[in-house]
Design a protein around this ligand. Structure first.
Ligand code: HEC
Length: 170
């Protein structure tokens, strides 16, 4: 091909042949995450109505680093509030829930992160929930009342007949 022909062709290819960066198709993993975001939004929890962050300034440095990971990984499909205000507190319950979230399609959590997230949740639950049980359970009762007013049907589905259990730490 002659030089004078190649140059305009190259310009045409860069201008039209390659989609602009921002307009790329989402990756399959990103699409799966999007589906989970919709799933999580369809089914709210009382947890969602509470704060969506934790003051970790008094936590050991290692736990402060883990909090940064937790804040990134556990807020992709629902806000962080869902984990922060959960009634799950014991190592065994958190092991179960971290596994469930880790194995959700598009979670983008790997095995070693899952362990670190679990360690953070166990530490945080001890300090913020189990060591101040009465205060936390009273706080959950308030969340549940507010949730019942805002989402009566979902409240029935999740907590009807389980009002006592839903406020307690597990
Ligand atoms: C890939 C999307 C996704 C990610 C990432 C994710 N979650 Fe979830 N989570 C969901 C969906 C969807 C639901 C609601 C459906 C359900 O109950 O399983 C949910 C529900 C929950 C609940 C409420 C369950 C209950 O019965 O109380 C808690 C607590 C929770 N997530 C904590 C976490 C934690 C902790 C992390 C980080 C380790 C996390 N999530 C990361 C999608 C995700």
């Amino acid at each position: 091909m002659r030089r004078w022909l190649a140059a305009p062709l190259l310009i045409a290819l860069t201008a039209w042949g390659v989609p602009p960066l921002g307009a790329q198709e989402p990756s399959p993993d990103e699409q799966r995450t999007q589906e989970q975001i919709q799933e999580a939004a369809k089914r709210p929890y009382a947890n969602d109505l509470g704060p969506d962050e934790i003051d970790v300034s008094g936590y050991p440095p290692q736990m402060q680093r883990s909090y940064a990971l937790f804040a990134r990984r556990c807020s992709r499909c629902h806000t962080l509030a869902r984990a922060v205000n959960s009634q799950w507190a014991s190592p065994a319950f958190w092991e179960h829930y971290v596994r469930v979230m880790w194995h959700k399609p598009g979670s983008q959590i790997n095995g070693s992160e899952a362990r670190q997230l679990w360690e953070f949740l166990v530490h945080d639950s001890q300090v913020r929930k189990l060591d101040r049980r009465e205060e936390f359970e009273a706080f959950r009762e308030r969340l549940l009342e507010e949730f019942q007013q805002q989402y009566p049907d979902r409240y029935q589905e999740l907590y009807a007949g389980l009002e006592e259990e839903a406020a307690k730490l597990w």
